[in-house]
Write a protein that binds this ligand. Structure first.
Ligand SMILES: [Zn+2]
Length: 79
């Protein structure tokens, strides 16, 4: 069964709250930036969480599955 939740960093998030996922690592040039090299996962209520690359890829995969993109079927999840 496909879970509607995904774990990013230390948080379990419902997939429906995700608005977009960054394609490239964050860079803003701030010296004290805590998120350089991480991938921003934007949430609906003016909030973001931060993922490393493999977490980011996992988020996109989960979103594709959740929205019913069958081009990359989850093995054993649906049927
Ligand atoms: Zn930054």
């Amino acid at each position: 069964m496909n879970s509607p939740l995904i774990k990013i960093d230390d948080k379990h998030l419902p997939l429906y709250r995700i608005v977009w996922v960054s394609d490239v690592p964050h860079f803003c040039g701030e010296e004290d930036c805590l998120h350089e090299g991480e991938y921003e996962v934007r949430l609906d209520i003016d909030d973001s969480v931060w993922a490393n690359r493999s977490e980011r890829d996992h988020v996109i995969h989960a979103l594709n599955g959740w929205y019913g993109d069958n081009s990359e079927p989850e093995k054993g999840d649906w049927q």
